[in-house]
Design a protein around this ligand. Structure first.
Ligand SMILES: CC(C)(COP(=O)(O)OP(=O)(O)OC[C@H]1O[C@@H](n2cnc3c(N)ncnc32)[C@H](O)[C@@H]1OP(=O)(O)O)[C@@H](O)C(=O)NCCC(=O)NCCS
Length: 330
């Protein structure tokens, strides 16, 4: 069976910086509250009219350049997002067109903050089975157009930001690539972090009464999410390491989904590793759901934090609830 090596990474952040003080002009919140509870100082928002596929394209081009590959060499595209440009079709085909590649397979993954981890596991499966040789996995999100930026929505609005990240995986006979993945879900908690807009359970898909209640906006029970996240991040890391027969001390870099700096700090404490072995960029970008892991990974690669043969763990938790991890030999 071929291995699935990561041969390129890329990311893209919109230029428009929204600080906590900018949000405090829109709603009853403060820089101190947001920093203390979340570790976030700023996030990026797109200019109106920008599509998620455009962000994905920029991140994908950077990954292609990093790998030294032409887009035509991609034979499968996996697109993870919470925020598709349309209810349907998904963004996979939109990125296929934007990249100008042939009629390759293009699929969307709807696993929220764990979407990228699911995407890597899927890409690995396709490559290992021989069904694909070069797979582009993208996480791209535009939250800014879907947040309630009044005081009613402040618990959510301060957390999320826009951005995209991408990696290219390619079949290799070398002893590197994705070593193991673990994936989980627990739908009993679906309504602890969710959004009802324009979906099959809403007759007529939408009406004014729902809009007046603000049900087009994401909704969250922050404390429940926090408690489950801490537990599941740790479990997923332990499970993926055990599956490959390695220990946390063998791992050079942990790349957790950037949900909240307090969650990341608890994961670091539970792991008992030096903080410089755990990626954190939430201060600058907030939570970019499916994009947060590939953005952090791409930045870590450029900062020289990942070297050939290093073990890297990607780990996510989010709405669903869903959670999981990938272990990669670089
Ligand atoms: C959202 C979160 C930061 C809130 O922190 P918390 O310590 O749980 O705070 P609480 O929910 O108890 O809220 C405390 C108070 O702050 C208020 N508040 C909420 N958002 C606020 C904001 N942006 N600014 C100021 N006050 C805010 C609440 O209304 C509440 O007021 P009350 O006590 O008068 O009712 C925290 O629960 C969290 O990080 N949860 C996980 C979120 C997450 O990671 N989601 C994505 C997972 S992938």
């Amino acid at each position: 069976m071929p291995n699935a090596a990561i041969i390129g990474t890329g990311h893209y952040l919109p230029e428009r910086v929204i600080t906590n003080d900018d949000l405090a002009r829109l709603m009853d919140t403060s820089d101190a509250w947001i920093r203390e509870r979340t570790g976030i100082a700023a996030r990026r928002w797109v200019e109106p009219g920008t599509s998620g596929a455009e962000l994905a394209l920029a991140a994908s081009r950077m990954a292609l350049a990093d790998a030294g590959l032409a887009a035509a060499e991609i034979d499968l595209l996996v697109y993870a997002t919470v925020n598709p440009d349309y209810a349907f079709p998904g963004n996979g085909p939109l990125l296929q067109q934007a990249l100008g590649v042939g009629t390759i397979g293009a699929m969307d993954i709807r696993n929220q903050c764990t979407g990228f981890v699911y995407g890597i596991a899927a890409a690995h499966g396709f490559i290992a089975s021989g069904a694909a040789r070069t797979v582009l996995v993208v996480g791209s999100e535009i939250h800014s157009t879907g947040l309630d930026v009044s005081t009613r929505g402040r618990d959510m609005a301060v957390l999320f930001g826009d951005g995209a990240g991408a990696v290219l995986l390619r079949a290799t006979d070398e002893d590197r690539g994705v070593l193991a993945s673990v994936l989980h879900s627990q739908g009993e908690f679906a309504r602890e972090l969710w959004c009802e807009l324009a979906t099959a359970l809403v007759p007529g898909r939408w009406n004014d009464a729902l809009a007046a209640e603000g049900r087009q906006y994401p909704n969250m029970n922050g404390r429940t999410v926090f408690q489950h996240a801490i537990r599941r991040f740790g479990e997923a890391i332990d499970e993926v390491l055990a599956k490959a027969g390695v220990t946390k001390d063998d791992v050079a870099l942990f790349v957790p989904h950037q949900a909240n700096q307090r969650i990341t700090e608890m994961v670091i404490r539970r792991l008992g590793v030096a903080p410089d072995r755990v990626c954190s960029n939430i201060e600058h970008y907030g939570n970019t759901t499916a994009a947060s892991i590939p953005i952090a990974l791409s930045e870590a690669v450029r900062a020289g934090r990942v070297r050939r043969d290093d073990l890297v763990v990607l780990v996510g938790f989010g709405s669903g609830f869903t959670w999981g991890a990938n272990l990669i030999r670089w």
